[in-house]
Ligand binder design. Structure first.
Ligand code: FAD
Length: 345
């Protein structure tokens, strides 16, 4: 079988790259072994502001401009709902934080993302004396629905191989040959799986495990995402996603009691109502030392590419890096030097 591209990985990076290929009429085969689950467990939030320091996320406006139309096109195409437009309310812990918020509202790059109104707290279930600030242009992409619907379509089209990529079977000469498949290019989008990839394991991934709880809180009644020491995201039916944790030593996909206790301790400082835990998930984020994606061509193998390092914000970054990589391969356009893996040679 001959295709234009082989993609290894069907998380956000792989899927959004496939979508760019589809837009341009390219053919592809996707290989995935379900070894990583960052994209399936992710909270899926998109938010242009770093709410700890009140600064803009790197290239936030550009990323959102590209990302939302792509997710909306996927909704139409796959017949699913992905984009839940939910405001984020940043809980203020002090007058000083309110003042910092107003200072941030005056910054030209943040003005369009932050509301200048302080919202007083009228919810008896929430512990807040200083109210909230609302972040604009935020929401949640239902990433697990996307991954599962996308894989189903790939399987139905015969474009999916469910297996671990076998590097011994790869011949990357003038064209890429893998088992019975021939392609012009191969793109590795393996998330944390990158550390096993002989071509790219030299890249400085600094993976971070994250865990999330789902709680049932019938008296909470909020229809916004509450951001305090954790994010509390409404899922409907009185269920809320709580998270996430950050862990650099244990890089398994296994949930832990320690993470559950950490999240519950934080939650108890925010909530005054009763709640119970109904689920817990874990995954490993492909974070990078310099906090920028890892995109580009292998230094010696001209048909071999990497699309990785989406870090803590895969929802917003994946569409941007997918376009960048496509333009680099097909249109010979130089990559943004901040994401190009040449910075590590
Ligand atoms: C707890 C948690 C919460 C998060 N919350 C958010 C959030 O709210 N908003 C946000 O934007 N981001 C969030 N993220 C980050 C986001 O999930 C990641 O940035 C994104 O999912 C990374 O996508 P990826 O495709 O690069 O990697 P992955 O999702 O890990 O996908 C890689 C794929 O490659 C496959 N693979 C790997 N190696 C091989 C191999 N050798 N052979 C075959 N297949 C292979 C894996 O099975 C996997 O399917 C969160 C992450 C976690 C863990």
């Amino acid at each position: 079988m001959k295709v234009d591209y082989i993609i290894v990985g069907s998380g956000l990076a792989g899927i959004l790259f496939c979508e760019v290929l589809r837009e341009h009429g390219k053919t592809f085969l996707v290989i995935d072994d379900d070894s990583q689950q960052s994209s399936t467990v992710a909270g899926g939030l998109y938010n242009p502001v770093i709410l700890k320091r009140f600064t803009e996320v790197w290239m936030a406006t550009k990323q959102l401009e590209l990302a939302l139309p792509m997710y909306h096109a996927l909704e139409k195409d796959l017949g699913i709902t992905l984009d839940y437009k939910v405001p984020i309310y940043r809980l203020f812990a002090s007058i000083e934080e309110q003042n910092n918020w107003f200072a941030a509202c005056d910054k030209p790059n943040l003005a369009s993302h932050l509301s200048t109104q302080i919202i007083p707290n009228s919810n008896p279930a929430i512990n807040s004396d200083y109210g909230f600030g609302e972040v604009l242009q935020t929401g949640r992409i239902h990433t697990s629905v996307l991954v599962s619907a996308y894989k189903n379509r790939l399987k139905a089209n015969g474009s999916f191989l469910e297996e671990s990529f076998d590097f011994e079977q790869l011949d990357d000469g003038e064209e890429v040959v893998y088992k019975d498949y021939r392609a012009q290019h191969i793109v590795f989008a393996e998330g944390f799986g990158l550390v096993q990839n002989p071509y790219f394991k030299y890249l400085p991934l600094k993976p971070t495990k994250g865990e999330l709880l789902t709680i049932h809180a019938p008296d909470l009644n909020i229809d916004y995402i509450l951001k305090s020491s954790v994010f509390l995201t409404p899922l409907g039916d009185d269920l809320y996603l709580v998270g996430a944790t950050y862990e650099w030593n244990d890089l398994s996909n296994t949930t832990t009691i320690a993470a559950k206790e950490e999240l519950l301790a934080k939650l108890r400082t925010i909530l005054k109502c009763e709640f119970s835990v109904v689920d817990q998930v874990a995954g490993v984020r492909p974070t990078v030392k310099d906090r920028r994606p890892l995109v580009g061509q292998h230094p010696e193998r001209k048909n071999v590419y990497v699309l990785n390092g989406l870090g803590t914000r895969g929802v917003m970054i994946a569409p941007y890096v997918a376009h960048e990589l496509y333009d680099c391969i097909e249109n010979n356009k130089a990559l943004n030097s901040e994401i190009d893996i040449k910075r590590f040679i």
